[in-house]
Design a protein around this ligand. Structure first.
Ligand SMILES: *Cc1c(COP(=O)(O)O)cnc(C)c1O
Length: 431
C-alpha cells in the first residue's frame, strides 16, 4: 500500500467518505409496527390485578420467543435495560446496606441500579484480556455484608461465568448478568446473559438489535420472574388482590414495553444471529489485516466463547510506541476513522462515588447506619481498569456504522498508515 503523508499533517485522508449509519431495521419491522398501529392497541397493560396485568398479545409473543431463543424459562420485557437492571436488583431480595460487587468498566446504569435499592456498590477490578470483571478481584472484595455480584459481558464478550457462579455458590451470593452489549455471544455453548440468577439485554438504538428503547430480562427462577413482573407494573397496587404476601422490594414502577416495540422486537430477534455473524466477520477481517501490529493489542476471545463485537477493543502500548494515545487518536481521526475513543468507563470515579452522595444532600446511603463499613472509592482501587481508561485502552465502536469489507479495509489501512508514520508523530509531540 502507499503510505503517504499523514492527513493530520496535511496529507490526503484514507477514508474520504462518510460511513453508513448502522441500521438493522427493515421492511419486516415496518410491516410489524404498521399492523400494531392499525389495530389501535399500542399497549394493553393494566396496572391492576387483571388478565392484562402481564401485557398485550405482542408483549406475550415477544417474551415467549425470547424464552425459546435464549433457552430460558422466563423472559420479561421492560422499557429499557436500565429499568431491567433496577428490576433485577429488586427481584433478588437485596436489603438496604447489602453490598453488591460490580465492575467499574461499564455503563453507569449497571451500578446505579444497585443504589436504587439503597444497596452499596463495591468495585472489583477487571481482567486485562477480556475487560470483564476479574474473579480473583471479586474474591478480595467479599465481606460479611456481600449479597450479590453484577457481572457485565462488556463489548460483546462474556464474563467468566463459571468461576463467578462458583464463588457465588460458595458464599451464598446472587449473580446478575448485564449482557446489554453481548446478545448472541456464547459462553461454553450457552448464551451470554443467561448464566446468572437473572440477566438481560438492552434494546436501545445502538445495540445489536433494537426497538428504539427497550430491554429483555431473562431468568430460570420462577419466583424471580414473578417479582420482575410485579416491579415492572406497580407491584404495590396489585399485591393485595393478587394475594402476594412477600412484600420486600415491592415498590412498583411503570417499566412496561409497548406493543409496537414488542412487534418490532420479534422481527429483530429473527435477525440477531446474522447480525452478530456479520459483526464477527468484519472484526475477524480487521484482526487479520492488522495482525501483527507493534504496540497494539488486538481483541482476544477466551476459549469456549464467541465475541459479539459491540466494540472492537484494543490497547496501545504507549511506552513502546513513544507516542501518547491522544496523538494516535487524532491521527486516526484525521484519516477519517470514526467511532474510535480513548478509554472507557471508571464508574467508581464519577462524582457520585467520589462525593458519596446518591440521595439528598447528606451522603445517603453511605453516611446512614444501613451502610455497615467505610467503602473505598478512591483512585487506585481498580488499577487495571484505571490504567486502561487513563492511558492504554482504545475502542472502535463497531455498533455505530454498517461496515462493508471495503470500509474495514480502509480502517485497517488508516492504522497502517499512522503506524508507518510513528516517527513523524514522535517529532510532532516533541515540538
Ligand atoms: C446500554 C447499556 C445499558 C443500559 O441499557 P439501556 O437500554 O440504554 O437502558 C446497561 N449496561 C450496559 C453495559 C450497556 O451497554
Amino acid at each position: 500500500m502507499s503510505l503517504g503523508k499523514l492527513a493530520l499533517l496535511g496529507g490526503p485522508k484514507v477514508i474520504d467518505r462518510p460511513l453508513k449509519r448502522y441500521n438493522p431495521i427493515g421492511h419486516e419491522e415496518v410491516g410489524a409496527a404498521t399492523a400494531v398501529v392499525e389495530s389501535g392497541v399500542l399497549s394493553q397493560f393494566i396496572g391492576a390485578w387483571h388478565p392484562d396485568f402481564y401485557g398485550g398479545p405482542k408483549v406475550i409473543e415477544f417474551e415467549r420467543m425470547c424464552e425459546s431463543y435464549f433457552g430460558v424459562q422466563h423472559a420479561v420485557t421492560v422499557n429499557s435495560w436500565t429499568s431491567g437492571l433496577i428490576a433485577s436488583v429488586g427481584s433478588i431480595g437485596i436489603e438496604p446496606g447489602d453490598e453488591v460487587i460490580v465492575t467499574p468498566w461499564t455503563m453507569c446504569a449497571t451500578v446505579t441500579a444497585i443504589l436504587h435499592w439503597n444497596a452499596i456498590p463495591v468495585f472489583a477490578d477487571i481482567d486485562p484480556v477480556t475487560y470483564c470483571i476479574d474473579p480473583d478481584s471479586i474474591e478480595k472484595c467479599i465481606t460479611p455484608y456481600t449479597r450479590a455480584i453484577v457481572a457485565v459481558d462488556i463489548f460483546g464478550h462474556s464474563a467468566d461465568m463459571c468461576r463467578i457462579n462458583e464463588i457465588a455458590q460458595r458464599d451464598g451470593l446472587r449473580v446478575i448478568s448485564d449482557s446489554a452489549q453481548s446478545p448472541g455471544a456464547l459462553y461454553k455453548g450457552e448464551f451470554a446473559g443467561t448464566l446468572g440468577d437473572v440477566g438481560g439485554f438492552s434494546l436501545n438504538y445502538h445495540k445489536h438489535i433494537h426497538t428504539g428503547e427497550g430491554g429483555i430480562i431473562v431468568t430460570n427462577d420462577s419466583k424471580i420472574a414473578e417479582r420482575l413482573r410485579l416491579i415492572r407494573n406497580h407491584a404495590e397496587a396489585v399485591v393485595g388482590p393478587k394475594g402476594e404476601t412477600n412484600l420486600t422490594n415491592m415498590i412498583g414502577y411503570n417499566f412496561r414495553l409497548g406493543e409496537i416495540e414488542c412487534a418490532i422486537g420479534v422481527e429483530q430477534l429473527r435477525k440477531l444471529a446474522s447480525l452478530v455473524e456479520n459483526r464477527q466477520q468484519r472484526a475477524g477481517q480487521l484482526v487479520e489485516e492488522l495482525d501483527p501490529i507493534f504496540g497494539l493489542t488486538l481483541p482476544t476471545t477466551a476459549k469456549d466463547c464467541t465475541h459479539a463485537y459491540y466494540v472492537f477493543p484494543m490497547a496501545v502500548q504507549t511506552k513502546e510506541l513513544g507516542v501518547a494515545r491522544s496523538t494516535l487518536l487524532s491521527a486516526l481521526a484525521a484519516e477519517g476513522v470514526v467511532g474510535l475513543a480513548g478509554g472507557y468507563q471508571n464508574v467508581h470515579r464519577l462524582p457520585m462515588f467520589q462525593k458519596k452522595i446518591a440521595y439528598g444532600s447528606r451522603g445517603f446511603p453511605w453516611t446512614s447506619d444501613i451502610c455497615k463499613r467505610e467503602v473505598n472509592y478512591e483512585k487506585g482501587i481498580c488499577p487495571v481498569a484505571e490504567k486502561l481508561h487513563d492511558e492504554t485502552f482504545m475502542g472502535f465502536a463497531m455498533c455505530m456504522h454498517e461496515l462493508s469489507p471495503e470500509d474495514v479495509h480502509l480502517v485497517a489501512n488508516s492504522f497502517k498508515k499512522v503506524w508507518a508514520n510513528m516517527d513523524e508523530l514522535r517529532r510532532l509531540e516533541a515540538s
